[in-house]
Design a protein. Structure first.
Length: 78
């Protein structure tokens, strides 16, 4: 799996959800921070944080930065 799309109505990303998905290149989060209220610390692994690009809704980085999504090296607001 190289691409994951997290739908708008997602409220949580549970532990180890994508932790071992080392082939991930793109993660598209469609949910706003007001909806996606829980992202477990282990939802994504070190390789995912380093190698994948995170796509998030415009003007949400300041909120998502304070969650485990802030560990991503590359992100794009779209």
């Amino acid at each position: 799996m190289e691409t994951v799309i997290i739908p708008e109505n997602t409220s949580a990303i549970k532990e180890y959800a994508f932790n071992k998905c080392t082939n991930l290149k793109e993660i598209h989060i469609k949910a706003l921070p007001t909806t996606l209220k829980s992202i477990h610390e282990t939802a994504f692994g070190e390789e995912v944080y380093t190698n994948a690009t995170l796509f998030i809704p415009k003007k949400t980085w300041n909120d998502y930065f304070l969650t485990p999504l802030g560990y991503f090296d590359k992100y794009i607001e779209e």
